[in-house]
Design a protein around this ligand. Structure first.
Ligand SMILES: *Cc1c(COP(=O)(O)O)cnc(C)c1O
Length: 229
């Protein structure tokens, strides 16, 4: 692999090509650099290469690194969130991609209200039904959205999924297609404070296929920072 800056440039080019192939504008896809296990120093190299959005799986790890990084980063929480971490989560993360229960939404609502902020959330859907993955089943998603719509400090902006790990990304195209279809169905409910403008899907191994199926946010770690140890 090249330098972090080279990798960011290569990923951006692949994003642009996938967007153009599917009749979309490259600038409509947000690149989130996933920095779990990556040091602030190396994250700094990605920021120097133009990265503005950073994704972390754990609240504690992100809070530990944030003071060593410049202000102005947009932080995305992409890993499972326990309700007892909701208070700390709202301190740093304007975006939570892993909303997967009404219980968690209520905890975030309480903490966001106390902090005087609104949290942009995506409902995580376990499309493929893998036992090892978090997220609601597709058939539970609409009910969760109806519950969350009443919460004033939670703005649902769309859906998120983590596709099964496969060697040929074509195998997971149906997963991305199903998430996009579910978002269209959810948009028809016209719930208050719920919009379906974002689809967070696609990682290093499958982001081009995800973009072809409508991803607006891709979460890329390995293709930028190399393999995690
Ligand atoms: C680690 C992680 C990613 C990035 O995965 P890569 O394959 O390294 O690009 C994206 N999304 C989530 C939820 C992750 O946990």
């Amino acid at each position: 692999m090249g330098t972090v800056a080279d990798n960011v440039a290569a990923v951006r080019e692949r994003i642009a090509e996938a967007a153009l192939r599917s009749g979309r504008r490259p600038e409509d896809i947000r690149l989130i650099a996933v920095t779990k296990t990556v040091s602030p120093e190396v994250i700094g190299q990605a920021l120097a290469a133009g990265i503005t959005d950073v994704g972390e799986n754990r609240v504690q790890e992100a809070l530990g690194k944030a003071p060593a990084l410049p202000a102005g980063i947009t932080w995305h929480l992409i890993g499972h969130l326990q309700t007892n971490k909701a208070k700390q989560a709202v301190q740093l993360f304007p975006w939570v991609h892993s909303l997967d229960s009404l219980h968690l939404a209520q905890a975030l609502e309480k903490r966001a209200a106390a902090a005087g902020v609104r949290v942009k959330c995506l409902v995580e859907v376990n499309v493929a039904g893998e036992a090892s993955k978090h997220g609601v089943r597709p058939e539970e998603a609409l009910k969760l959205l109806e519950g969350v719509a009443a919460l004033e400090h939670i703005e649902v902006r769309g859906l998120m999924t983590v596709a099964p790990y496969v060697t040929d990304p074509e195998e997971v195209r149906p997963v991305f297609r199903e998430l996009a279809a579910l978002a269209r169905q959810a948009a028809e409910l016209k719930l208050p404070q719920v919009t379906m403008t974002e689809l967070s899907m696609g990682m290093s191994g499958d982001f081009e296929v995800a973009i072809e199926e409508g991803a607006t946010m891709v979460r890329i770690g390995t293709a930028i920072f190399g393999r995690r140890s």
